[in-house]
Design a protein around this ligand. Structure first.
Ligand code: FAD
Ligand code: SF4
Ligand code: SF4
Length: 477
């Protein structure tokens, strides 16, 4: 009988890929985890207990067939593992790198919950697809039949790109419009290279180009071309524009020089990773070198800013968050990475004002947690007299994002929005209030995750194909 390669979780302990030492990794913008060696990936995959009801799979937004590709990896059948993994995920190597696995697949693994330490699902997913790229198994899409219908996608982030991938598989012609000069959305200009190296995203853009997807870059819809013109050119339209309006501070002095938005700061840093010459970096306005940096916020964007500031050579980096560690929205894994790299977290602290322009200090109000608010979380409240000054030469606001008012910006009647300003789209098929127009990702969900944008994009592509089939049938009658 063949040797059982699985259920090794009792004898084999959990091992994530080795992290580069903090003093070394902060000298560059490369990813911080090393690759698994093939033997290690197989060994770690073999820890899976092959659950009949795999909670990992049900908590993965893409419902990836995790137990099966873990078994194939443990058996050394990597090409089959890749085929299975890419059947449900357009960009598995990206999700393997940046999904918050502790809240999704890995956090719900039964062996994690029985105290043995989760199967390292994300790292293995990354390993499988990185191996597929190295071996030339990742190929451009070649549809069996080319169709004449075309879809215009606005936004080249993960939502738009995943939809493009699926639409090309169905033989539909696809054009993606994006206001940036490079595709990838926040995967390119938001998320730093130490979490997701830029080549990984650009390889996917090239693969889509080789699959026949047309990218129209530097094209701001509503300015360079109207939404109606895009509707007129295509048989269906997908809106995947993300959310970019930064929540702001109203405290005294908040408009001083040296107080900047997180997205501007990260975009400049990411541009440098591409070798771009960026004036706002050279003139020092979006450069942390030699500065005392204070980042305000406790989400993943704040974590990316503090770690970027360390890499730029800040003299000190402090992160102010108004709740405690247990209540922060950012990933615990990224917080730990930031601490290892020299970031100081100041919990239960909120800005109350700013001195100087350029800014020289932040007035900090110490907080405590009070009664739960409407969301059930304990609301922070100020501690009387708990005020002090924190030196700051650069303050980065990472307070979250809101949707832009697209119907107004684009002059579109009848495109309905929710009371939060996101585009109203049907849960089941992603259809908006306009016929033939669909919407996905952050512009529908509010600021969310790459994996949810991918899921939405794939589902919307299915709905669009159905819509085009029905339209073709009606035309033929
Ligand atoms: P986006 O990725 O925002 O792409 C939208 C695209 O539309 C952009 O390229 C934009 O230029 C374009 N666009 C917008 N308006 C127009 C217009 N009028 N005309 C033409 N083009 C337009 N998620 C994770 O899963 N893991 C992480 O670690 C993570 N880290 C993050 C770190 C930061 C700093 C930020 C800001 C977000 C992070 N996220 C992370 C969230 C994730 O990046 C988003 O949820 C995801 O990118 C949303 O995908 P999307 O396709 O909806 O939009
Ligand atoms: Fe886990 Fe994300 Fe991969 Fe799903 S896509 S298996 S949630 S890492
Ligand atoms: Fe394997 Fe964990 Fe998923 Fe069970 S929950 S199938 S042990 S990865």
């Amino acid at each position: 009988m063949a040797k059982q390669p699985m259920l090794k979780f009792v004898k084999t302990s959990r091992e994530t890929p080795e992290k580069r030492d903090a003093t070394v990794r902060t000298q560059d913008y490369n990813e911080i985890y090393r690759e698994y060696a093939s033997q290690k990936a197989a060994e770690q995959a073999s820890r899976c207990s092959q659950c009949g009801v795999p909670y990992c799979q049900s908590h993965c937004p893409l419902h990836n067939n995790i137990p099966d590709w873990l078994r194939l990896t443990a058996e050394g059948r990597l090409q089959e593992a890749y085929e299975l993994s890419q059947a449900t995920n357009s960009f598995p190597e990206i999700c393997g790198r940046i999904c918050p696995q502790d809240r999704l697949c890995e956090g719900n693994c039964v062996i994690e919950n029985s105290g043995h330490g989760t199967v390292t699902i994300g790292s293995i997913e990354k390993y499988i697809t990185d191996t597929a790229w190295d071996n030339g198994w990742v190929k451009p899409v070649k549809p069996a039949v080319e169709r004449t219908e075309s879809v215009g996608i606005i936004g080249a982030g993960p939502g738009g790109m995943a939809a493009a991938d699926m639409l090309r598989r169905a033989g539909i012609q696809v054009t993606i419009y994006d206001r940036y000069d490079r595709a990838g959305g926040l995967m390119t200009y938001g998320i730093p290279g130490f979490k997701l190296e830029k080549d990984v995203v650009m390889d996917r853009v090239k693969q889509l180009e080789a699959s026949g997807v047309q990218f129209v870059l530097n094209c701001n819809v509503g300015v360079d071309i109207s939404f109606d013109a895009i509707r007129g050119k295509h048989d269906s339209v997908l809106i995947a524009t993300g959310v970019y309006k930064t929540r702001d501070l109203t405290d005294e002095g908040a408009d001083a020089a040296g107080i900047v938005n997180a997205i501007d700061y990260l975009t400049v840093s990411n541009r440098l990773s591409f070798g771009d010459d960026v004036a706002a970096f050279s003139d020092g306005s979006l450069n942390a070198e030699g500065k005392a940096v204070v980042v305000i916020g406790g989400g993943d964007t704040a974590m990316d800013c503090v770690r970027t500031a360390i890499r730029q050579g800040a003299t000190s980096v402090k992160c102010l968050y108004r709740r405690d560690r247990a209540n922060m929205p950012g990933s615990q894994r990224e917080t730990q990475n930031a601490e290892e790299e020299g970031v100081e977290f100041v919990w239960m602290a909120a800005p109350k004002g700013f001195t100087g322009s350029p800014v020289t200090s932040v007035t900090v109000q110490k907080m405590r947690l009070g009664a739960p608010d409407a969301s059930g979380r304990q609301a922070p409240e100020p501690i009387e007299g708990g005020i002090y000054e924190e030196k700051a030469d650069l303050v980065i606001k990472a307070l979250g994002f809101e949707p832009e008012d697209l119907p107004k910006l684009w002059g579109v009647d009848g495109l309905e929005t929710t009371r939060w300003g996101t585009i109203k789209a049907q849960y089941a098929n992603h259809a908006t209030s306009l016929p033939g127009v669909y919407a996905v990702g952050d512009i529908v969900r509010g600021a969310s995750l790459v994996v949810w944008a991918i899921r939405d994009g794939r589902e919307a592509a299915d709905s669009i194909v159905k819509y085009l089939n029905e339209t073709a049938q009606v035309a033929a009658q």
